[in-house]
Design a binder for this molecule. Structure first.
Ligand SMILES: *[C@@H]1O[C@H](CO)[C@@H](O)[C@H](O)[C@H]1NC(C)=O
Ligand SMILES: *[C@@H]1O[C@H](CO)[C@@H](O)[C@H](O)[C@H]1NC(C)=O
Length: 186
C-alpha cells in the first residue's frame, strides 16, 4: 500500500514538472470554435488552356524520357496560368485565373492530375480563391473535380467543380473548358 502511494506521488510530481516545463511553450494553444453559418455559391465560367503559339498560357515543365511515345503523354507536367472568363469567347470578361500544375498521371487512359488555384478578380470575389485537387479524365465529356479549400469569400471551402470541354483543337492542343462550380464555404 505504502509503495503504491509513493508510485502515485512520483507520477503526479512528474506530471507537475512537465506542466511547469510546458509553460515556456508559446507556439500552440487551443482556441474556441466559432460557429459560423455555412454558405453556398455557384460559379459558371470558361477556362482557356492555350499550349500553342507564341504566348502559351500553359507550358511543359517536365517529362519522362518516353513521355512523347506514350499514347497518354504519361509523365508530362505542365505549369499553367490560364484565364477564366465569363463567356466562351477569350475576349469576354476576365473573372479570374487558374494557376498551378497539371500532369499526365494515367498510362492506359488520359488522366490529368490537377493541382490548381482558381483565383478570382471580379466583384466581391476579387482576391478570393478556390483550390482544386483531383484527377481529370480529360477525354470524358463531363468530369468531376474536388474543391479542397479556399480563401477570402471562399474560406474553408469544400465542393465540386464540373468540367465539360467546350472546344478542343486536336492540332494545337488548345482547349476551352466550361466549369460549373458549387462551393460550400463560411
Ligand atoms: C482587385 O483587387 C485589387 C487589389 O485590391 C485591385 O488592384 C484591383 O483593381 C481589383 N480588381 C477588380 C477587377 O476590381
Ligand atoms: C452548367 O450549368 C448550366 C445551367 O444549369 C448548364 O446549362 C450547363 O450545361 C452546365 N455545364 C456544366 C459543365 O455542367
Amino acid at each position: 500500500m505504502g509503495k503504491l502511494v509513493v508510485v502515485f506521488m512520483l507520477f503526479f510530481l512528474t506530471k507537475a514538472m512537465n506542466f511547469g516545463g510546458s509553460s515556456a511553450d508559446e507556439w500552440h494553444k487551443s482556441i474556441e470554435v466559432v460557429k459560423e453559418e455555412e454558405k453556398a455559391t455557384e460559379l459558371h465560367f470558361y477556362f482557356h488552356d492555350t499550349v500553342s503559339g507564341k504566348q502559351p498560357s500553359a507550358v511543359r515543365v517536365a517529362q519522362a524520357a518516353d513521355s512523347d511515345k506514350s499514347p497518354t503523354f504519361f509523365g508530362v507536367v505542365m505549369m499553367a496560368d490560364d484565364p477564366l472568363t465569363e463567356n466562351p469567347e477569350p475576349t469576354s470578361k476576365l473573372v479570374g485565373r487558374a494557376q498551378g500544375l497539371y500532369g499526365s498521371a494515367g498510362q492506359e487512359e488520359l488522366g490529368l492530375i490537377m493541382a490548381l488555384n482558381f483565383g478570382f478578380i471580379d466583384g466581391v470575389y476579387n482576391g478570393s480563391s478556390l483550390s482544386i485537387l483531383g484527377l481529370n479524365p480529360a477525354l470524358h465529356p463531363v468530369r468531376e473535380l474536388p474543391i479542397v479549400g479556399g480563401t477570402g469569400v471562399f474560406k474553408r471551402a469544400r465542393g465540386t467543380a464540373i468540367a465539360k470541354t467546350y472546344r478542343f483543337d486536336a492540332t494545337t492542343g488548345d482547349a476551352i473548358v466550361e466549369y460549373n462550380v458549387t462551393a460550400y464555404h463560411y
